[in-house]
Design a protein around this ligand. Sequence first.
Ligand SMILES: Cc1cc2nc3c(=O)[nH]c(=O)nc-3n(C[C@H](O)[C@H](O)[C@H](O)COP(=O)(O)OP(=O)(O)OC[C@H]3O[C@@H](n4cnc5c(N)ncnc54)[C@H](O)[C@@H]3O)c2cc1C
Length: 438
Amino acid sequence: MRSSTVVVGGGIAGLVAARELARADHAVTVLDAEDLGGALAHRHLDGLDLDVGAEGFATRGGTVVALLAELGLAERVRAPEPNGTSVYRPGGSTRIPDGAVLGIPTDLSDTGLQELDGDARARAQQDATLPARVGADATTLGALIRARMGDAVVDAWPRPLVAGVHRLDIDQVPPSVLLPGVLDRLAEQGSLAAALTGGGGQLAGLDGGMAQLVDALAGELTSHGSATMPTAATAVEPDLRGWRVRTSHDTVVHADRLLLACPPWWWPSGLPEPLMAVARSWPAPRPVDLVTLVLAHDGGAHRSGVIVADGGDRVRARALTFSSAKWAWLAHQAGDRAVLRLTYDAVDAPDDALVQMALADAGTLTGGAWSSADLRDADRTRWAMARSAVEPSMSTHRDAMRQALAEATDLDATGGWLAGTGLAASIADAMAAAGRIA
Ligand SMILES: Cc1cc2nc3c(=O)[nH]c(=O)nc-3n(C[C@H](O)[C@H](O)[C@H](O)COP(=O)(O)OP(=O)(O)OC[C@H]3O[C@@H](n4cnc5c(N)ncnc54)[C@H](O)[C@@H]3O)c2cc1C
């Protein structure tokens, strides 16, 4: 008889694991409380299909590209346009140098460092001639960059980037956490700029949006005879043959094995207590609001992305993506319209008020001249963001979780919350989980 598995959660991790299991001839049922895809979500705004969750992926390691190729989507992979990113402070914005890795410049020429004043530029350029041992014993990323390139570089770009993207203090995070192997490469190459050249993670997206990945995976599951059910798993209990899973529609699904592919704060009741103890102590997610704006024109704006280092009393957004400048396929579809997305720490305001705030922030951050009359459509989506895997405390939680899972019977778990946020990490983890089950 075929082995059967219930996958709780149809985000990218659950769908990828389900596909692997279906291909290994398991009978698979995927339960999802909301829409399949989880953080790979899209909305139809002013006639455009727009990602309102993940919009791209890291090409490093090749995991995502390999999956896309298997699903027949490889020819839709696109690199973003080179519009760059700026860092906003109330005094003005500075553009992050092209080719910078985590905001650390890799081009030390006068042109590459033109945003810095003369003294700061000369200090940064010392990186090329200082002995390789300078910074070799740095215990934090901030100390490493400061030793090699000086204070001004640290504060101009890497500090706000590390805070904005990873929510970490650059003076507390060890160099290798965000830049694995950087100290070894510094010893080999002799300068920090050289150590980082060519080593930056590349981002790519899909022509038409990332949500196509969900449709492709769901289609494959159907063709393998797997079931997807739009319902939450509310409670589980072990039975003679594995697990009974009760759903929010008051149905019961039986399976030999259970794969938890949603974060612990959404798990059903009835799981073994050692696992629940680790789940209860799992750090709470950060609620984030993502606002997508479709505007009638580009308002004469600077068309780069923006990381907000300090919004002062004018800007509440933490980051802005000028989506229709970043993705050529979207620019083509949008025509004269501009599509922007702004990220907020959850704002306690109704949708309309937040959209108006986003419109004002977009103008301040990009210099675009827009009024409410230019707003063609908008969306606000609230996300529960899992903690970044690189937060120092997370390794303890992850180790405890992996151990509790290893001790559980006919039960496993996967997802970005465990593997590290990001599609590449989630997909790799899901494949490994499916391998353990199969
Ligand atoms: C706004 C945003 C932007 C992002 N941008 C990027 C990006 O550009 N590039 C990138 O690589 N990564 C990005 N990420 C991260 C990436 O999207 C996630 O790491 C990844 O999608 C996580 O997938 P997952 O399957 O582990 O979890 P999820 O996507 O959270 O899926 C979990 C699923 O489980 C379901 N569920 C929950 N509880 C139950 C239950 N009891 N029963 C049944 N179903 C349940 C949920 O409905 C959900 O569909 C972004 C994330 C967010 C939120």
